[in-house]
Design a protein around this ligand. Structure first.
Ligand SMILES: [Zn+2]
Length: 448
């Protein structure tokens, strides 16, 4: 009797341990199954993923006999690498990583097994326009940088290109050792931040509009090409002397001295707060992806450092995705539409945070008029397809001795037919209009 009782206790204990173990496994499968299944080293995974197409039905990636295949066009493959992701999964922000479970039909009950319930939902139609992406990539002409453009009304990202890039169908053998591929796993549109140069003048102008709401466009400052501010010189590009400038001419001529003096009259606290209101130092989220911050720190700056920060030098950095949403916000009256990569329900759009107000409606309208004036009277509408009514600001961010500058253009079309906002940065280019302007032009031509 005693032995039987002892045996049943042991049996009960074993049963409890067994059930506990099963429960633990089920719970873990539920909580972590997706991560396990989506690990980059899960070699079979990418070869089971569904098709990825662009907005016009062009096939960007497919699976055949357990192998992942990409577009037949090698320029398309390079241009879309960071948006789609690589086969090994090193590019963590590509849709093959972020939306891997949707592409494989993964769910926590059936795992990766294709069933009647899951096999029908494994393809993805992106909002991307393949031709706009290859146009942007070709216009980069081998330089590193980023180009991102979206429809600020419905959020569709049409163009998203990052360089350095590589061909995912033929991954270079020296990718880990060749300097040309340094940073190639990073999507510069989302994870890069760069010295902004003169595109920062948009933020400084917004601060002036807050301080002098009725007279910001009447303030003038004189420029002789170079001036000692706070103990050392602030200079305009190529030492050019602009004479007496108001806000419109200073923006069009991109006069550093005007904005350096303006910033010192505004004050570092107000400029810092305005920049943060406009999305600097904030963790913007693109679906489940945390975007690299644009950063500014004006604590304890002297007059010279404040002057340089106001024109996007000093320690200021800007992220292309953030700059694009800021342009979308200005175009739309202050609050931007959350960008998206697919029209339907997906991990990017389902978990997207609420849209954020970056500027008030009055400031948005005044900035729009300044940026439109830049193109109309300084850059030339002839740069862009007719009827797009482009509003924009260029920038040349100086990055140090012996290096050519970061060339930026940010802006949007003030057009119901072409509601596009964009941010473009090309490293080591020749100039804002020449390098970044022609990239924007190529992108817009492809979408015209
Ligand atoms: Zn000047």
């Amino acid at each position: 009797m005693k032995t039987v009782g002892f045996r049943s206790i042991v049996l009960y204990i074993l049963l409890a341990v067994f059930l506990g173990g099963v429960g633990y496994m089920v719970a873990n499968q539920f909580l972590h199954g997706r991560e396990w299944a989506m690990q980059p080293y899960n070699a079979n995974l990418s070869g089971q993923m569904g098709d990825i197409k662009d907005r016009n039905g062009n096939l960007l990636a497919t699976s055949q006999d357990g192998e992942r295949l990409y577009s037949e066009d090698d320029t398309v493959r390079r241009a879309l690498l960071h948006t789609i992701g690589d086969t090994a999964g090193y590019i963590g922000t590509g849709v093959q990583s972020v939306m891997g479970d949707k592409l494989t039909g993964y769910n926590f009950i059936t795992g990766l097994n294709q069933t009647v319930f899951t096999s029908m939902t494994s393809g993805l139609d992106l909002t991307i326009d393949q031709n706009a992406c290859t146009a942007a990539y070709n216009a980069m002409a081998g330089h590193n940088g980023a180009a991102i453009l979206y429809n600020y009304e419905n959020g569709d990202i049409l163009c998203k290109v990052s360089a350095p890039t590589f061909d995912p169908a033929f991954v270079p053998e020296d990718i880990e050792t060749n300097d040309a591929y340094r940073g190639a796993y990073l999507d510069n549109t989302l994870s890069g931040s760069f010295t902004p140069g003169s595109i920062m003048k948009i933020v400084t102008a917004a601060a002036a509009m807050q301080v002098w709401p009725d007279s910001w466009n009447e303030r003038t400052y004189d420029c002789w090409g170079s001036e000692n501010i706070g103990g050392s010189d602030i200079v305009c590009l190529h030492g050019e002397s602009h004479g007496t400038q108001d806000m419109y001419s200073a923006m069009g001529n991109s006069c550093n001295i005007y904005f350096a003096k303006l910033a010192n009259d505004i004050g570092s606290d107000i400029l810092q707060r305005k920049a943060e209101e406009m999305g600097f130092n904030a963790n913007l989220a693109f679906g489940t992806v945390t975007v690299a911050k644009s950063t500014i720190d004006l604590a304890n700056v002297n007059a010279n450092q404040l002057g340089w920060a106001a024109v996007g030098q000093y320690t200021v950095l800007a992220n292309p995705y953030h700059m694009m949403t800021l342009m979308g916000a200005i175009a739309k009256g202050g609050t931007y539409t959350q960008p998206r990569l697919t029209e339907g329900r997906d991990l990017f759009s389902d978990r997207s945070p609420a849209s954020r107000k970056l500027v008030d409606a009055t400031t948005a309208s005044q900035l729009k008029s300044l940026l439109r004036s830049d193109v109309e009277y300084y850059y030339g509408d002839w740069l862009f397809p007719s009827g797009m009514s482009v509003c924009a600001k260029t920038g040349t961010g100086e990055v140090g001795e012996g290096k050519d500058p970061n060339c930026w253009m940010v802006g949007f079309c003030d057009s119901a037919q072409y509601p596009y906002a964009f941010a473009v940065i090309v490293e080591e280019g020749s100039g804002g209009i020449e390098t970044a302007g022609s990239l924007v032009s190529a992108m817009l031509q492809a979408l015209a």
